[in-house]
Ligand binder design. Structure first.
Ligand code: SAM
Length: 286
């Protein structure tokens, strides 16, 4: 662990600062020092972030950088950096650029040749994963699914063959429809973790088979309130196929027809071609 006397670099930089998801105590010591030390903070919603700064006793000035003005606002960020100033970037909650504005700003600042310094901290997806009990080696972060049902179901279908847990963000407006579509498209025996209001008063993290999730939500109207992370188990392993064969097959299936994917997966992993072919059909099918 290292600490430095100054939280800021000697070179003008953009600091990408994670902020609390709900519990103010989750603000990092370094995050506070950076927010207090920079010349200005680009924020997704200045009114929302002003309340955070007030609570922390930080007086740095804020300006808006959101999805509708990102290109123009990043011009301002670059001009400030050129003038030797230090700038921080924050979003409403969690880590900027993760299903939040900021990614394009970061790309342009990097292109302009200035350092971009992450100041890590809360992220809803990582917080939910850490308490989910899934033991897989990886995960697939999806973020928000499409708002319209046909596109949402198609997107879920495209994820069907993934063998690692799938991580989604969802709002209270669409949680019921989203969970219903996940259960309709994926195997109902897969587990789902519904993590809502993480770090807030009504935090709830429940795990159940996907086929039971709609009934669980319907059982108590409070369960549909707040912000959600959903984590759905990856495609169930077929009998006789190991995790590595499943992983290789899923990767190949994303690019190739069933027959070629099964043949190549058999060559790479040594698993039986017939079993792989049957599994590939299952993953591509229904
Ligand atoms: N950049 C943020 C992060 O690092 O997690 C995510 C921003 S995204 C616009 C907002 C979504 O994150 C919400 O709709 C919800 O899916 C998820 N989220 C944010 N705060 C949450 C919380 N306290 N509990 C559960 N999910 C949360």
């Amino acid at each position: 662990m290292t600490t430095s006397p100054s939280p800021l670099s000697s070179t003008p930089s953009l600091y990408v600062v994670a902020t609390p998801l709900g519990n103010l105590q989750d603000i990092g010591i370094r995050a506070q020092a950076v927010l207090a030390g920079v010349d200005a903070i680009a924020a997704e919603d200045t009114r929302h972030s002003q309340r955070l700064l007030d609570a922390l006793g930080i007086r740095t000035k804020l300006f808006a950088l959101h999805e509708h003005n990102e290109q123009a606002a990043v011009g301002q960020v670059i001009r400030m950096l050129e003038a030797g100033q230090q700038v921080a970037l924050i979003s409403d909650a969690g880590t900027p650029a993760i299903s939040d504005p900021g990614a394009r700003a970061v790309a342009r600042v990097r292109e302009a040749g200035f350092p971009v310094v992450p100041v890590p901290g809360p992220c809803a997806a990582v917080a939910a994963l850490s308490a989910s009990g899934f033991v897989d080696d990886g995960f697939r972060f999806v973020g928000f699914l499409p708002a319209k049902q046909a596109a949402r179901r198609a997107a879920i279908e495209d994820l069907r063959a993934q063998t690692v847990p799938l991580v989604f963000y969802e709002s209270p407006h669409r949680i019921v429809e989203c969970v219903a579509d996940l259960a309709a498209v994926l195997e109902p025996s897969r587990d789902i973790v519904i993590a809502r209001e993480i770090t807030k008063i009504y935090e709830q993290i429940a795990r159940m088979p996907l086929g039971e999730a709609s009934a669980w939500l319907a059982a108590d109207p409070n369960r549909c309130r707040g912000e959600f992370v959903l984590i759905v188990a990856g495609a169930p392993a077929a009998e006789g196929l190991g995790a590595e064969a499943e992983r290789v097959l899923a990767l190949l299936l994303a690019e190739l027809p069933v027959k070629s994917a099964a043949r190549l997966a058999a060559e790479i992993t040594g698993a039986a071609r017939n079993t792989l072919y049957a599994r590939a059909l299952e993953l591509k099918g229904s």
